[in-house]
Design a binder for this molecule. Sequence first.
Ligand code: ATP
Length: 236
Amino acid sequence: MTDQKIFSAQGLTKVYTAGEVQVHALRGLDLDVYAGEVVVLLGPSGSGKSTLLNIMGGLDHASGGRLFFKDLELTALDDRALTAYRRQHVGFVFQFYNLVPSLTAYENVALVTEIAERPMRPDEALALVGLEARMDHFPAQLSGGEQQRVAIARAIAKRPEVLLCDEPTGALDSRTGVRVIEALTGINTQLGTTTLIITHNATIRDVADRVLYFADGRISRIQKNETRRAAAELAW
Ligand SMILES: Nc1ncnc2c1ncn2[C@@H]1O[C@H](COP(=O)(O)OP(=O)(O)OP(=O)(O)O)[C@@H](O)[C@H]1O
């Protein structure tokens, strides 16, 4: 973790309108995220965690307030510029892996490296998540945790500055979930990738530099961990 801000949000709001109903998903959120840190986002369902991650990742527009990625004001960008930002700077990991079933692990990662500006090789990315021996396997031949690690390799192969993870262990049992968190923290250590992880599993907060507690569209508390616990020590 450094003192260089990579994200800075001021008064960020998001209102979803569904027919006559308005949902205030973010209600004036302020946040700084520092380059190289691991941040865990905790909070009840509907408290705005995914909404924030989607806006940070350029998948959605805020309704108000300002959000910067370094000097770039994301809240001032149109769809096209937001797509360019996302392609260049952001990797995503979701609860479901979305691998192409007819392609091997290697080929799934290569799909991304072929269109990135300065990618690592697919085998290099797969080695970072401990799957170099499984490169030629198809998704159906891999466990859920291994498929998620392929998805992580795919997300980091373009060397994004930011990795945004929405419930990456949500579909996994404890042992495989721990391996996935190990892969994420290992990448953070080796590449310095700023990593945000949404989870409902409070045990995971111990691997973070900081923990953000969400409540009703705002951050109600920020916890700073003096030391980060090794992912391998986690169990739930
Ligand atoms: N596309 C949408 N249209 C309408 N309302 C939405 C949309 N996306 C999210 N919401 C609403 O915005 C609020 C915040 O949702 P969000 O997904 O950010 O919460 P969350 O903290 O990530 O929840 P969870 O932990 O269940 O994923 C919720 O009330 C949700 O129903």
